[in-house]
Design a protein around this ligand. Structure first.
Ligand SMILES: [Zn+2]
Length: 422
């Protein structure tokens, strides 16, 4: 199928410029032409889209989601984990994943599900059974017994936990191999305590360097990257030394700024997740327990500090929201706003959710910007995002979402939405 989009103001996320009056040709899901209308190939087109007074952006990336949860406290409670079957959870997870696509997020990296729901949904999307975003799945994160991924108590010890419990280098190696066999794209590890978990502190270190190294070497040997949840400086240092690919949160990095130099040397990306602690505090007991709210209050300013230092150090920063915990799956664009509040320019915030995220995934040759040869994952917005990323949080401004060149139907129902014609 060949489609033409004309009269576009193309948002170039690499140069930071808007290319006005541009025509884009999409051939079988990939961009085959970007330029002036007069130079466009004169093939008969299957579909044409007039993009007058709209801005065409590359599809957005959220590199830290949990589609297994819907943003309510109940959805990530042990009680619910005890009663829901995997199939039911996968159907619900699909519903949540779809919200990302509908709001312009054509790619997500899911950072942990209870029963491999992310893998089930990814496979169904890839097989065109259901429409959804591109999903990089981690399956279940590796967690120590009683750590951030193991919130069970004695009475609930037989209930499934989000963490795949692994202690010692041998178990890390074994379970990394197991996850790869299950079909994960990335390995996720809980390297420290957390905000949302009861009974541990964010600065508690939960894996040794040797344990992390065992997982990293297995993952890398199989061509998978590794994301480590780490708040405290020791947990971050262990992860960096073990050669991981991304640090999630990085809350207390300011306590040892040398870590930033090491991250830069190791080409390790940072996904700070700024909106979650803010949403936890804003929404309170509707989304979190009292202890989690207290911890979130403390980490808000520390994360802003992390982003400022990371920017200065030239660390690659990507957009990730932890959506499913306190942020809902149609609210990922708020991270653009919080990144800007933390000191990124509009362009830098947009890069965090597009080209930088693609680079962190190692997929920048295929996606992340609107260039010839890349996949036609695109978002049509009604305002210039370089004049304020805030506009992306308002769903009314998202006029159309294309995945692999196909306009998603849900956008046609939206008020003020983009109308296609043939
Ligand atoms: Zn998370």
């Amino acid at each position: 199928m060949i489609s033409k989009l004309f009269n576009c103001s193309v948002v170039d996320v690499v140069s930071g410029k808007i290319k006005t009056n541009t025509t884009i040709i999409v051939n079988d899901g990939k961009i085959s032409y970007v330029g002036e209308e007069s130079g466009a190939p004169r093939a008969p087109y299957d579909l044409e889209y007039d993009c007058t007074s709209s801005f065409l952006m590359p599809g957005f990336f959220d590199l830290h989601t949990h589609i297994s949860y819907d943003g309510t406290l109940k959805s990530h409670s042990i009680e619910v984990a005890a009663t829901e079957d995997p199939g039911y959870r996968a159907i619900k997870a699909y519903n949540e994943a779809k919200k990302h696509l509908d709001t312009g997020f054509t790619t997500i990296r899911d950072c942990g599900s209870l029963m491999f729901e992310d893998i089930s949904v990814r496979n169904a999307v890839n097989a065109n059974v259901i429409p959804g975003p591109n999903i990089y799945a981690t399956g279940k994160p590796l967690s120590i017994t009683g750590g951030h991924g193991d919130r069970r108590t004695n009475a609930m010890s037989s209930v499934p936990s989000i963490g795949l419990i692994s202690n010692g280098a041998d178990e890390m190696r074994y379970n990394t191999r197991y996850l790869i066999r299950q079909g994960v794209d990335w390995i996720k590890i809980f390297g420290s305590g957390g905000v949302s978990s009861e009974g541990d502190k964010p600065d508690q270190t939960q894996y040794t360097i040797d344990e992390l190294r065992a997982s990293v070497s297995e993952a890398h040997a199989a061509g998978r990257k590794v994301a480590v949840h780490a708040h405290g400086k020791e947990a971050i240092a262990n992860a960096v030394q073990a050669g991981v690919d991304t640090i999630e949160h990085g809350t207390m990095i300011a306590e040892n700024p040398d870590l930033l130099m090491n991250m830069k040397e190791g080409n390790i990306g940072l996904i700070p997740n700024l909106c979650t602690p803010n949403f936890i505090v804003k929404r309170g007991s509707e989304v979190m327990t009292e202890s989690a709210i207290a911890k979130a209050t403390v980490v808000i300013d520390l994360r802003v500090q992390t982003v400022k230092l990371a920017k200065e150090a030239g660390i690659k920063i990507a957009l990730g929201t932890d959506s499913g915990l306190a942020v809902r799956h149609d609210e990922s664009a708020y991270e653009f706003l919080y990144l800007k509040k933390a000191g990124l320019s509009d362009l830098e915030a947009i890069q965090a959710g597009t080209i930088s995220a693609a680079q962190i995934l190692g997929k920048e040759a295929e996606t992340g910007s609107l260039e010839i040869g890349k996949v036609a994952d695109m978002v049509l917005v009604s305002k210039n995002p370089f004049e304020g990323v805030e506009c992306l949080t308002d769903h009314k401004n998202i006029k159309g979402v294309f995945r692999r060149g196909v306009l998603q139907n849900s956008c046609l129902d939206r008020e003020g939405s983009f109308v296609k014609f043939q």
